[in-house]
Design a protein around this ligand. Sequence first.
Ligand code: FES
Ligand SMILES: [Fe+2]
Length: 317
Amino acid sequence: MSKLNYKQIISKMNNEGYCNTEFIINSKGNYTPEDSDWNYKDVPHLNIVHKNVEGLLAIVDDNFVGSINFLKIPYIGIALPLIFVNYEVSEYQQVYFSSFGPFMILVETVSEKSKSKTIVSSKFCILSKPIFKFLHIFIKKMVTKNNQVLMSEDIPMRERRYELRRVDHNFYNPNKTYSFQFTEEIFRANVFIQNDNNYVDISYSDIIDSSDGDILGKKSGILSFFVKEENGLKSIWPTTCPHEGAKMDKSCIVKSRILCPWHHRRIDRILDFKDEITNIIPSIDFCVEKFQDKIRIYYRNDPQYYNSKPYEIFRKN
Ligand code: FES
Ligand SMILES: [Fe+2]
């Protein structure tokens, strides 16, 4: 596959008689380059996490996406259909471009590690025939504003993953960098615990005495669970989505199941209880074993299991 990089596109556009205005927006954050790479490639969050965009994904492949994005234009407030092409140029480096009337907008995003943080540098280039150059300043304002809104929604996702990395979690990715297409498989459990300690014990009394909002199991991560109490009935739910690690709580429950805030996977509770455990809910990711004075909750912790279907209920032998 042949690909033009940012500079090559500008040079070819200049040869066509287009002039350009460039600017850079840098951001530094507590996450890894893998987390920002994933976030930029993550197709399904677009229509869920971002409030000002609605994307019609026409083509999604490992290395590129072609979409029609209905983007709410800042200051004007109306949504316009913009054709977006987005592709990976090299490791942690992406190019995307679109056009808007007589203007073309080209962006290159590069993520680089800087000590324990990551610097994301986005180069923006507005191109048009010289006659429209006086309007570049307004386009720049709109693009900057739009970028601010997008980042305010994206950065918490990256930071959440970093939070999980700090408690020995990691994220499965079969390739060196993320594939756009891979991000669409929301029924996978890509979160894994690195130390292989894939279960937690919770005493029976801790369960029975718990109340709404309590956290059981580990303090955070995939083996941490929240309690929901309603009309005297209690249940235990995961606080972390097995797919890519979104944080979940009671507010994510819609029609008796969690609707994951990142990609809308539906996730069920682990068990129901009142004065005793009344119901254990079968799951592809979690398995519950009952002992006399405790329960043990296992997490499958095997992302490669989801490489082939059908997935089956997770049962310990
Ligand atoms: S993180 Fe993807 S569905 Fe929850
Ligand atoms: Fe995003």
